[in-house]
Each structure stands twice: as C-alpha cells, then as structure tokens.
Design a protein around this ligand. Structure first.
Ligand code: NAD
Ligand code: TYD
Length: 355
C-alpha cells in the first residue's frame, strides 16, 4: 500500500482518485482536514475498501509511526501543506508549523520505519515530496525557465516554508540514505480546487455576480498544468524516478493572469451566458499582493527525457473541462463556501482598493 498525506486537498484528492482508478494497490490517506481538506472530494470512495482515511496531523510523529508499523507502506507521497500564498502573508506561522515542522516530523517517522525494513524493502521504499516551482523565486520576462539546478530564492512565507521542507528532504537522503524523490510543479488547476486560488475563485465569483479581482496590472505570468497531468507525473516519478533526484513538472503553458481571467470569462459566456453583457464586465484590478512574484516558468525537459512524461491536456482543453466541472458541481461549491470561507474572503478582499 501507499501512504498519502494531504489526500483530502485539491491535488491529493485528485491523486487518490486517479490512483485507485488505475490500480488496486491500497491507499492510506492521512489528512488533518484543515479548511482546505474536504472529504466530499472523496465521496466516490466511501464504500471502497482500497481507501482508508485517517484524520491526523503530520506533526504527530507517534501516530505516524504506529500507522507505518501497522500498514507497512511501500511509499509515502507527501502532499500535506498549507498552500495559499495570500494566507501565508496574513498568517505565516501555520506555514512553518505544517510545511517545515510537519515535513520534519514526517521524515523522522519515515526514517525510523524505513530502518526496520529488510534489505529488499528498504531499497524499494520511496518518500516522494510534492513541492512547487515557487521555491525558485521570480523570473524576469526574458529569463530562461527554472531547471532543477536553478538556485532557490523563495520570496513568500509559503515558498520559503516549502523551500525549507525541500532542503530537509534532500538532507535525509544525503545523510541517512532515505530514498527520497522531489517534484517541483507549476500552478495546477482542475476539479476540487478550493475557490481561494485564482482559477476557481474567478469561476465561482463570476457565476455569483461578484467582482473578479485581478492583482495589480494582471501581467504576472504563471505556468499552468491540469491537475491530472500532475498526478501522472507524480506516479511516473514514484515508479521510475532516481532516489535523491528532483524533477520539475510543468505544462509548457505560460499565461498572464489577465489572459487567464479573460479566457475563463469567454468560456463562461459560451457555456452559461449572462442575461446581458459579458463576464468580463465584472473584472476589477485591485491592490497588488505584497512581494508578488512576477513570473514563473518551468523547464520540464528532465522528466520528459529521463522518464518519458509529458502533459496530455492543453490549456484550452483543461480549462474547458474545469469550467464544465464547476458548472456541474454547485453542491460542492456551496459546501466549501460555507463556514470559514466568507471570513477569509472578507479579510483578503474587503480592504483592497480598486486600481
Ligand atoms: P490544498 O491546500 O488544497 O490541500 C492541502 C491538504 O493538506 C488539505 O487536505 C489539508 O487538510 C492537508 N493538511 C494541511 N495541514 C496538514 C497537517 N498539518 N497534517 C495533515 N494534513 C494537513 O493544497 P494542494 O493545492 O492540493 O497542494 C498539495 C501539495 O502540492 C502542497 O504540498 C503544495 O505545496 C504542492 N503544490 C501545489 C500546487 C498548486 O498549484 N496547488 C503546485 C505545486 C505544488
Ligand atoms: P494563486 O492561484 O493564488 O497561485 P500562486 O500565487 O501560488 O501562483 O494565484 C495565481 C496568480 O493569480 C498569482 O499571480 C496571483 C493572482 N491572483 C489574482 O490576481 N487575484 C486573486 O484574487 C488571486 C487569488 C490570485
């Protein structure tokens, strides 16, 4: 079996669903269920004996050790994290607690379990750490894309905490020989994406007649990858990646934020037209994010060359699927928008002025 952390969040849930659609190997899904964790993402697995969910914190080394001893996973796939840059600006402490201390505690539990394995199982064991391109910092318009050897230069509390976790993972390989793999991926989008992030926020706000907030001039650039392609990349690295290596994962798809927002408005105009006007009329440029990274771009040639992975979706096909998923899943949206969601939206957007 494999042990997945953070499997009730956006990418983790997509990964677990994708895994069990292709394999009968069991998954132990370990998740604290923070605001971002949602068991509704996994409702289709409710009666599936291949999926075992345990609510727990990655800082709980004792519980992790008990579960490892009991279930004997052949691999750990580590998604659990605080993941939203804007939240890291308002409250960085949780990012250090989960992303740094939590990854450390998980590594400690993994190391002590790994040491109990026989030679063959020890060699086959993998700890796959899911990280981000944001650890590399911000690029200028003409700079080459991030490669696996680009120097780390994280700029937000989120990316700094992920960078720290990447370093710990690296050190556990170098010092203890733990067979680790790290993936650094660009911005994901797709089903089950919590509507605090750009793409689901724009889709849900547009449909609810709200402003579509674009930070600053909207000319910041991100590389976007459909979430299923990221899941396939992780599976590929898990099976064939070389321990101790890092792999950049990206969609070869750089877009400015304003262009993403325009494309989403155009798709919604086509799939669910308003009574009058276009969704573009709801766009508002607001105060920029402090320390906002201008451009991310991923050079994903290593994973293609060494492991044969390439994204399958284009931005156009992936975005169309994503919008269609949100249009078909109102109940999921209203469920995640209840509770603390409104408090976050008020905190983040109420004080921002239109520019
Ligand atoms: P998410 O915020 O949607 O989900 C995070 C999950 O982790 C949630 O289910 C949450 O309950 C769980 N979690 C949080 N703290 C925990 C703790 N202390 N113990 C156990 N579980 C905890 O995040 P996501 O977008 O799915 O991202 C998953 C991983 O992928 C993260 O490590 C993130 O840094 C990385 N990543 C994300 C993107 C992206 O575009 N979303 C891109 C590259 C890398
Ligand atoms: P986000 O989805 O938060 O991902 P990240 O900051 O990790 O790249 O944001 C993607 C881009 O969209 C980023 O440049 C910030 C911008 N953005 C907005 O312009 N408006 C918004 O309301 C949000 C949430 C993000």
């Amino acid at each position: 079996m494999i042990f997945v952390t953070g499997g009730a969040g956006f990418i983790g849930a997509n990964f677990v669903l994708n895994w069990l659609a292709q394999s009968d190997e069991h998954v132990l899904n370990y998740d604290k269920l923070t605001y971002a964790g949602n068991l509704n993402n996994l409702v289709s697995l409710r009666d599936d004996a291949r999926h075992l969910f345990v609510q727990g914190d990655i800082n709980d080394t004792d519980l992790l050790q008990t579960l490892f001893a009991q279930h004997q996973p052949r691999a750990i796939v580590h998604f659990a994290a605080e993941s939203h840059v804007d939240r890291s600006i308002h409250g960085p402490a949780a990012f250090v607690t989960t992303n740094v201390n939590g990854t450390f505690s998980l590594l400690e539990a993994a190391r002590s379990y790994w040491q109990t394995l026989d030679v063959e199982k020890k060699a086959a064991f993998r700890f796959l750490h899911v990280s981000t391109d944001e650890v590399y910092g911000s690029l200028g318009a003409e700079d080459p894309a991030f490669t696996e050897t680009t120097a780390y230069a994280p700029n937000s509390p989120y990316s700094a905490s992920k960078a720290a976790s990447d370093h710990l993972v690296r050190a556990y390989h170098h010092t203890y020989g733990l067979p680790v793999l790290t993936t650094n991926c660009s911005n994901n989008y797709g089903p089950y994406h919590f509507p605090e992030k750009l793409i689901p926020l724009i889709i849900t706000n547009a449909r609810q007649g709200k402003d579509l907030p674009v930070y600053g001039d909207g000319l910041q650039v991100r590389d976007w990858l459909y979430v299923t392609d990221h899941c396939t990349a992780i599976r590929t690295v898990l099976e064939n990646g070389r321990p101790g290596e890092t792999y950049n994962v990206g969609g070869w798809n750089e877009q400015t934020n304003i262009s993403v927002v325009h494309t989403l408005c155009d798709l919604l105009d086509e799939l669910q037209p308003k009574a009058s006007g276009s969704y573009r009329d709801q766009i508002r440029h607001i105060t920029d994010r402090p320390g906002h990274d201008r451009r991310y771009a991923i050079d994903a040639r290593k994973i293609e060359r060494e492991l044969g992975w390439k994204p399958q979706e284009t931005f156009s096909s992936g975005l169309r699927k994503t919008v269609a998923w949100y249009l078909a899943n109102d109940a999921w949206v209203s469920n995640v928008q209840s509770g603390d969601y409104t408090k976050w939206i008020d905190l983040q957007y109420q004080s921002k002025t239109t520019t």
